[in-house]
Design a protein around this ligand. Structure first.
Ligand code: WQD
Length: 344
């Protein structure tokens, strides 16, 4: 009997790649998504890759009764990976109440229902944003959580506290918090990838669209930082490597091997890469120039952050495998596929 996992936000960028890895690891997957920032044809892409069509239910995780009915209908859901959340840094500053309500009410609905239906393991999608500007890089899981720079980041911090407090209250399930650094790239099949709505906020989708000529040129937000080439440094992790870590997290809990009731892991490569280095590497790998110009700094940007990943390596038994070159190549292959399909 396959172990059944509920993936909320499963038609999203990281969610869809995680569904693929779960299926290929023998899990049965049910996707719940309200399609507010993704579309249902992602399910077709997943099926093309794995040959298994995951069950998809269009539902908003703020609809607690709808979720309860789903749990009752799906019976033995053993684990949940909770991706569903609003995640645009800039938008969260404009619409804080939407972010607090959507991200926290949906989380609490899921957490309320897990004991009712015997769910054993809960994986929460968090972010390195909780570290703010770290005092030391690479930043490890014991680093202090700093005051959030935006409501989006604050919802991740508050969510982690809610999970810890629920655990202390004696909930009958284990939790693993995964702090992502910067997820980038697309599945090697180019059947699924990152599909930002409108003008991309994140770096790599903008790079590939500028390389494709969809955008006139990329604005590099500042080259006057205290870094080797003056541009910001991040830990860019291949989304497929990131997805595989979620399977490891579920295995750990469902095989009763997780030590504590709540465990937190950084998911990164352990290597910092600057914006200008990423652009140069992209051009080298693809042979395609990226029109770009240096402009002023972006409000709220962190100067440099990259992750210490020894805990994930040793406890989760997971390590990022892909090089930056392979990851950038996957993003370009995806951009070419979107053009071929007339989608962009
Ligand atoms: C990366 C670097 C920019 C766009 C955010 C969230 C994080 C996660 C990922 C959700 C920065 C520079 C970017 C551009 C640029 N989101 N940049 N020109 O800000 O590190 O992280 O997105 O889970 O939680 O905080 O990612 O890709 O926006 O920026 O120069 O057009 O690229 O200044 O240095 P960020 P990003």
């Amino acid at each position: 009997m396959k172990r059944k996992i509920l993936v909320t936000g499963g038609t999203g960028f990281i969610g869809s790649h995680t569904v693929v890895e779960l299926q290929q690891s023998g899990y049965e997957v049910v996707i719940v998504d309200n399609l507010s920032n993704s579309n249902a044809d992602v399910v077709d892409g997943i099926e093309k890759i794995t040959g298994i069509r995951p069950k998809f239910v269009k539902l908003d995780c703020n609809d607690k009764e709808g979720l309860r009915a789903l749990f009752a209908q799906e019976k033995n859901i053993q684990g949940i990976i909770h991706f569903a959340a609003s995640k645009a840094v800039g938008e969260s500053v404009q619409k804080p109440m939407l972010y607090y309500r959507n991200n926290l009410v949906s989380l609490m609905n899921i957490m309320d229902l897990m004991p009712e239906f015997g769910v054993k393991g809960f994986v929460f999608s968090s972010s390195c944003t909780v570290y703010g500007e770290p005092d030391v890089n690479p930043v490890d899981e014991t680093a202090p959580v700093k005051p959030a720079l935006c409501p989006y980041g604050n919802t991740k911090q508050i969510a982690e506290e809610i999970i810890h407090d629920a655990s202390i209250s004696g909930v009958p399930y284990k939790s693993i918090i995964l702090r992502y650094f910067n997820p980038i790239g697309a599945h090697p099949s180019a059947e699924i990838g990152e599909l930002p709505n409108g003008v991309p906020q994140n770096l790599l989708p903008y790079v590939t669209q500028a390389a494709m000529g969809i955008r006139k040129e990329l604005s590099v937000f500042g080259d006057d930082y205290n870094t080797p080439d003056g541009s910001c440094i991040r830990d860019y992790i291949y989304v497929v490597d990131l997805a595989k870590a979620h399977v490891k997290a579920l295995d750990l809990m469902l095989d009763d091997k997780s030590k504590d009731n709540v465990e937190t892991f950084n998911l990164g490569t352990g290597r910092g890469v600057s914006v200008l280095e990423l652009i140069r590497t992209f051009e080298k790998v693809t042979g395609v120039p990226v029109p770009h110009k240096i402009v002023g700094r972006r409000e709220g940007d962190i100067e440099k952050v990259w992750g210490a990943v020894e805990k994930a390596n040793n406890v989760l038994g997971w390590k990022a495998q892909s090089t930056l070159e392979e990851t950038l190549e996957s993003a370009w292959k995806w951009q070419l596929k979107l053009r071929e399909k007339g989608l962009m």
